[in-house]
Each structure stands twice: as structure tokens, then as C-alpha cells.
Design a protein around this ligand. Structure first.
Ligand code: KIV
Length: 272
């Protein structure tokens, strides 16, 4: 093992638990490839999520439903090769864990064995509790995901805020406690009212990571390509853009094309 790897204190699921107890916020970002994961890890991101949003961001699909287990494993192993410190969590894709706990276990085991990831995440509450329990029994850490669950988009109909109504909010709170009680190490809360996210975060001892869920969750997650402005036409209220990389990259590439066409590139110093 290299000294660099030895010196770095890796983030584990226990680190996240301690961070919640110490009221230290957890930073989480999506990563799908080696080069970006190296940057995010070097910057000190606590958790990298190999999200099934790769289906949208990397492959251009309209939803997260088409991405396969093999494709998730490919993305996850690229990320794992880049990481020295961050905890790497991988989404179980649609159709690999719902309604069949044995299949869920096999999917989780394939991710852990073939990519070297540290944990898995899956969407849903009581409907998927058998799958979660079986994966946990095999020693694989599981993160839950409640609120807006993009794999259920055709059931929801829209990507708008979830759990605004009392009944859905009560079920979400119950599911959050259940996720904790069966042994999940944390959960994502996506696009729910800030007040409810705060209530959930205070009701459970495991860390909550919010996206569009206000400031009172134990951590925040964003899709990296949204934060960097690589995805162009996506402006939900919860998103803060830190760069406008689509325009910067486009400008740089236009400059390169100009230089090629005008014979400015390569110059005398850029040849052998
Ligand atoms: O797939 C994903 O990127 C996610 C985050 C939005 C939490 O699940």
C-alpha cells in the first residue's frame, strides 16, 4: 500500500454516525467516473454516491429506470479506483431489489464484490424492508432513500415535492424509523418540506442526507454535474450552481476549433 493511502483516514459508516453526534455536517456528491471522483475525493467530499442518476447524466436517458446492474458496477469500479478517503455508496438500480429479497441480496453482493464499493443505497420504505434486511444480514451496509424516489416516477407522475400531505408525511416518518430500526446506517431525504426533514432528522439517530429538503438534515447531497453547471437546463429551487462549466467548456472547445482551422494549433513548441 502506498504511503498516501496509509496516511489518509478513510470515511466509514461509523465516521458518519460520529459526525451526526458531533453535529458536523456531511458532504455528499454524485460520482460516476475516475477523473471526476479523483477531484471530489481530493477536495475532501465525505461521501461519493454512484447514483443511478448516471442514467440521466452519463447516458442521456429521461429517467433512472434503464440503467443496469452491470452499468452501475462499471461506474462504481471507476470511482473506487480514484478514491483515497471518501466513502463510496452505490445505488441498486431499478428492478434489482424490489419484490425479491434473494435477488436484492445477489445484486448487492455483485456490487460489493465486482466494484469494491463500501455500501449500497436503495429507494423505498416498508415495501422493500425484506430486501434491506437480507442485504444487511450479509454484512453489507445499506442507506435508505425516502421522499421523491425517481425510480417510482411513473407512479408519482411528476418530480414535484413529496409528503406535503399529512398521510404521506406520517408514512415517511414511520418508514424513516423503520429504516433505522432494521439497521440502515443512514438515509437520503429527497425533495420533501424542510420542516418534515427536520422532524425526521431529530427523530432518528442515523444520519439523514438531504437534497431539496432544507438545511436541517445531517448532510447535503447534490448531483455534481448540476453543481458544476455541466447540465444546462435544470434549475430546481434547491440547486446552487458553483460554476457554469457548460459555457466554459463550450468556449474552450470553440477556441480549440478556431485554432485548428486557422492552423494556429499546434505551433512550433507543440511539435517534435
Ligand atoms: O441517483 C442519485 O443521484 C441520487 C441522489 C439524487 C440522492 O439518488
Amino acid at each position: 500500500m502506498s504511503t498516501a493511502k496509509k496516511d489518509v483516514k478513510r470515511v466509514t459508516v461509523h465516521t458518519l454516525h460520529a459526525m451526526k453526534q458531533n453535529k458536523e455536517k456531511i458532504s455528499m456528491l454524485t460520482a460516476y467516473d475516475y477523473s471526476m471522483a479523483r477531484i471530489l475525493d481530493a477536495a475532501g467530499t465525505d461521501v461519493l454516491l454512484v447514483g443511478d442518476s448516471a442514467s440521466n447524466v452519463m447516458a442521456g436517458h429521461e429517467t433512472t429506470l434503464p440503467i443496469t446492474l452491470d452499468q452501475m458496477i462499471y461506474h462504481a469500479s471507476s470511482v473506487i479506483r480514484a478514491v483515497k478517503r471518501s466513502l463510496v455508496i452505490v445505488d441498486l438500480p431499478f428492478g434489482t431489489y424490489q419484490g425479491d429479497s434473494k435477488k436484492a441480496l445477489n445484486s448487492a453482493i455483485r456490487i460489493m464484490k465486482e466494484s469494491g464499493a463500501h455500501a449500497v443505497k436503495l429507494e423505498g420504505g416498508s415495501e422493500v424492508s425484506d430486501s434491506i434486511k437480507r442485504i444487511l444480514k450479509a454484512g453489507v451496509p445499506v442507506m435508505g432513500h425516502l421522499g421523491l424516489m425517481p425510480q417510482s416516477i411513473y407512479k408519482f407522475g411528476t418530480y414535484t415535492v413529496r409528503a406535503k400531505e399529512e398521510a404521506e408525511a406520517a408514512k415517511l416518518l414511520e418508514d424513516a424509523k423503520m429504516l433505522q430500526d432494521i439497521g440502515c446506517f443512514g438515509m437520503v431525504l429527497e425533495k420533501i418540506p424542510a420542516k418534515l426533514a427536520k422532524q425526521v432528522s431529530l427523530s432518528v439517530d442515523i444520519p439523514t442526507i438531504g437534497i431539496g429538503a432544507g438545511p436541517d438534515t445531517d448532510g447535503q447531497v447534490l448531483v455534481t454535474h448540476d453543481l458544476l453547471g455541466i447540465t444546462k437546463d435544470f434549475h430546481p429551487r434547491f440547486l446552487r450552481r458553483y460554476l457554469e462549466l457548460f459555457d466554459s467548456i463550450k468556449g474552450a472547445v470553440e477556441h480549440y476549433i478556431e485554432d485548428v482551422k486557422s492552423n494556429d494549433f499546434p505551433n512550433e513548441k507543440e511539435q517534435y
